[in-house]
Design a protein around this ligand. Structure first.
Ligand SMILES: NC(=O)c1ccc[n+]([C@@H]2O[C@H](COP(=O)([O-])OP(=O)(O)OC[C@H]3O[C@@H](n4cnc5c(N)ncnc54)[C@H](O)[C@@H]3O)[C@@H](O)[C@H]2O)c1
Length: 456
């Protein structure tokens, strides 16, 4: 496929926008479609809503011919290839919600032209591309595999981690036919060094879910270890660092206040839901979900424990939360465990405020909306500080100099000499780092964004 192919990307969020810009930068003609007029307005103004895409990069793409619009404003029928990157949320009962995927299929169905290639990129359960997505696309008579090509190509980007968007990260593609696979793979080779061809869309859909279930299960494993270590009087972080000195057969994951983002707390349920159709209970998914969902409540209990040590009740206490984005150094707050932690503290009678250099306003799980406050104001005001997200932009020296009581859920107190019983650490209990010591263990660098507990 030659670079003069016309590409349309549907859904200009964390996945679709970087994809569209990568294609523009590879010299292809690209148009972006989004149902949100607000999103289109912001993009057309050259303001990037995504941490990983700078305003300068967006402006360069727009100057290079990248156009954006709502579905009615873009000539989708003139495209050669259409990528669909819309959300795949879950319902309140944790069932898949294919609403946006099927709405975009319905929008394409009315514009579909023989010879086009449609590539679904949203994370979803095996059977979506060849099942409901295809059925809607075919409703006006064109047939996938004969009249138009159809493929599934999952995305691996990890917002906040530029390495995850690099060309060197291989992409997976599975087409309905081998020619659809080849066509999608050849196009993706403009922006990725290696494209792995799979035998079907279903295999590619399941491979993507396996990647996310793997992360969810491993995060649950270390979260459970953290709870055990608290009872045993051991330091889970020390234990994990020690195990991670093994150069093979072990991958370092660290505990945290819960999981967040659009992927890890959501995607595994797409698999367990689909498995039930085959009379199969995916117990790993259910168990990992159970453990990770319980972590915010445990953090609230830790805050109560910390205050109790000072003869204070959680009820009536002033609790300052540091970091509400779902992981460090991004402003993405979707499904952040901070939402449950703030609501849980509030329900138990605490007054809660927060500071996050990346999130100006935050809605907790009960719907209460708060504006963030400055770090100094929070430190002066709070009886206890609970660290939920360890953003690099937070002045940690100041936090540990000024706060009398810190509940640290992300190991932000690592390598600090703190006062006696100043820090209550998730997975380790009361400790000052100096008292415990970790000589002999290669502690290495801070945990990478890709493996902290509250992560996507
Ligand atoms: N965010 C990630 O890190 C990540 C990584 C890999 C895969 N994914 C998957 O990629 C998909 C997209 O995720 P995201 O994070 O980019 O979502 P997002 O919410 O950031 O962006 C989705 C965009 O699609 C638009 N949209 C919704 N319905 C539409 C429709 N019918 N037509 C046109 N536009 C529509 C929304 O307005 C929004 O701008 C999801 O399936 C997600 O699971 C996400």
């Amino acid at each position: 496929m030659s670079p003069d192919q016309r590409v349309v990307v549907v859904g200009l969020g964390y996945v679709g926008l970087p994809l569209a810009i990568a294609f523009v930068e590879a010299g292809l003609a690209v148009q972006g479609v989004d149902i949100s007029p607000d999103r289109i307005g912001v993009l057309a103004d050259g303001r990037s809503p995504i941490d990983d895409i700078s305003d300068e990069r967006l402006a360069a793409a727009l100057a290079g011919g990248f156009t954006v619009g709502t579905p009615d404003a873009i000539a989708i029928d003139e495209a050669d290839v259409i990528f669909v990157c819309v959300p795949t949320p879950i319902t309140a009962t944790k069932d898949p919600d294919l609403g946006p995927v099927l709405a975009s299929a319905a929008m394409l169905r009315d514009r579909l032209r023989a010879g086009q290639l449609v590539v679904l990129q949203s994370t979803t359960f095996p059977g979506t591309t060849t099942g409901p997505f295809r059925e809607v696309l075919e409703e006006r008579g064109l047939r996938a595999g004969t009249d138009f090509d159809l493929a599934y190509a999952p995305e691996r980007v990890n917002p906040g981690d530029p390495a995850s968007a690099a060309r060197a990260v291989p992409r997976l593609v599975g087409g309905l036919t081998s020619s659809a696979t080849e066509r999608a793979a050849t196009l993706l080779e403009h922006i990725n060094d290696r494209v792995v061809r799979l035998s079907s869309p279903d295999a590619a859909e399941l491979a993507k879910l396996l990647e996310n279930v793997f992360r969810n299960v491993n995060i649950a494993l270390v979260n459970q270890l953290a709870l055990l270590c608290e009872r045993m009087g051991l330091d889970a972080w020390e234990v994990i660092d020690a195990a991670a000195t093994k150069p093979f057969g072990f991958m370092r994951f660290t505990p945290g206040p819960g999981v967040g983002g659009h992927c890890i707390p959501v995607d595994p349920y797409y698999l367990s839901w689909r498995a039930r159709e085959f009379d199969f209970v995916d117990r790993f998914v259910e168990l990992a979900g159970d453990i990770n969902l319980a972590m915010p409540r445990h953090v609230v209990d830790l805050v109560a424990e910390g205050l109790n040590d000072r003869s204070r009740a959680l009820k009536g206490a002033r609790v300052g939360v540091l970091g509400v984005a779902f992981k460090l150094d991004v402003h993405d707050e979707r499904n952040s465990p901070a939402a449950d932690i703030l609501a849980g503290l509030d329900e138990r009678g605490a007054t809660v405020r927060y500071h996050d250099p990346h999130v100006a306003r935050f809605r907790d799980a009960d719907g209460t909306v708060r504006d963030g406050v400055a770090l100094d104001e929070l430190l002066d005001w709070a009886d206890a500080i609970v660290v939920v997200t360890g953003h690099k932009a937070i002045d940690w020296d100041r936090v540990y100099e000024r706060a009398e009581l810190v509940i640290d859920t992300v190991d932000s107190s690592r390598d600090r000499t703190t006062a006696e019983r100043q820090v209550l650490r998730l997975g380790a209990g009361w400790t000052s780092r100096g008292a415990l010591g970790r000589e002999g263990v290669a502690t290495g660098a801070k945990p990478a964004a890709a493996v902290v507990g509250a992560t996507d």
